[in-house]
Design a protein. Structure first.
Lengths: 162, 162
């Protein structure tokens, strides 16, 4: 298993992971109808860095890293992680999140922020908490879940520098 | 005094207001070195709507309105307001904020969120609170103020629908 920077060519292998997650509309603030071209802009072109987690030649996970706010906010980065449905429950999100924190520090960021964690996504909230992220905000009814309706979204934050 | 939608031609009159505020680096999460072309993209092209507040043929204030998060978050909008330094202290931000809440409802939004209010910007925090926005998040040391250094940034939120 290894994590490396994504190339444009990887997008065809990332897309099935991205599409399955985004189409479900349960976790990411992207349009469920996002096309393969729009997805590439979001996941590959717009972020500062995109990484893939490879195992036996397959891509089983991916994450992006970008500056969360420009100018006076540019020391704080933002990441998003996706794991293939076949590869869940094996700690790959943890591996990617720890990797991203190291990369963030190398790139000069001092903190990492998740802007919009659906409160219904209890697995993610639990995992980010375990990895040292604090719930610093709660946005009432800001996430429209396809089954649960309007649920709160959480802002989670971790200071990375010692 | 009237508020109307901005056109591309207005940008040359909006730019001095935008530039003075952004260059100071005390309130907005844009690069202080933002150029006139980049500013136009940020303030005119990217938002869903941009408005100007006109008085005697002059533009004395401006605001944008956009969707804050796509997909499951697309019922929440985000706005940013700027008042010319010559026109401050006369309640123009209040007038624009109230206008923006009406427009947001007309456009189908249910809530409004300010993502990154510098906690050092006490006037703004006080004003938004008075207008019904709640502090729903506090991002520790997320705003790098040119004089005060790292200060907290606030997330403020108002449910607009009755």
């Amino acid at each position: 298993m290894r994590i490396r920077e994504a190339t444009e060519k990887d997008w065809v292998l990332i897309w099935p992971i991205f599409h399955e997650i985004v189409k479900a509309g349960e976790t990411y603030a992207y349009r469920p109808s996002t096309t393969i071209e729009q997805g590439k802009k979001i996941w590959i072109d717009a972020p500062r860095k995109t990484y893939v987690l490879e195992e036996n030649g397959d891509i089983v996970g991916t994450y992006y890293l970008k500056t969360n706010q420009e100018g006076p906010g540019s020391h704080v980065c933002n990441c998003g992680y996706m794991v293939s449905s076949q590869a869940r429950g094996r700690g790959l999100a943890t591996i990617m999140c720890e990797h991203s924190q190291k990369m963030a520090l190398e790139l000069g960021y001092k903190a990492m922020q998740f802007n919009f964690v659906a409160s219904s996504n209890e697995g993610a909230v639990h995992l980010w908490s375990k990895l040292g992220f604090e719930i610093v905000g709660r946005l009432p009814k800001a996430f429209n879940h396809p089954e649960k309706g309007l649920v709160d979204a959480l802002v989670m934050y971790k200071w990375l520098e010692n």
